[in-house]
Design a protein around this ligand. Sequence first.
Ligand code: HEM
Length: 158
Amino acid sequence: MSLLELCRWIQYSPLLVEMRASPWLFPVIATVHLFGLAVIGGAVLLVDLRLLGLGIRGQPAAYLVRDAERWLIRGLMIAIPTGVLLFMCFATKYYYLTFFWVKLAALVVVLLFTFSIRHRVALAADQDGGRGRQRMVAMVSLALWTTVAMGGRYIGFP
Ligand code: HEM
């Protein structure tokens, strides 16, 4: 079964036909998806602004990172399942949208980056100088999350 055939099978399965028939289910799921994005956005900005030398500086970076990553994970636990449901509703439409695959690729890269390089650099933000590296890490993180968000917004149009 090809990926396109799988998308077709998903989109026309009884459950998804039922979901699409509902006038309110997709908008409600999309709203919860947006809520997940807001939580993710807040958690990402808390740390990246700190690494840029802005934002909250009244507490040790290590505490801020740990708290923010807990909220990032909570946001992902809302955004990913709702995103998958939104995708399943019109799977063949998104299959043909390059921006959907760009969004998913950027999401995989940013999650790997967030829980490896960025995590280490942010935890050590108060110890070692490395201001230039911290700023670079923050800008890479923000650029990747912006790509995910723009991909999400764009796929909602056509
Ligand atoms: C976890 C990080 C994610 C972020 C930051 C994100 C971001 C976004 C944004 C900004 C939108 C546009 C919302 C709007 O303005 O209506 C959106 C919509 C959408 N996202 Fe995500 N998303 C994420 C995860 C996912 C995942 C994992 C999937 C699927 C596998 C997905 C599938 C979709 C779909 C199908 C839409 C709806 C487009 C439409 O309205 O037709 N998202 N997302």
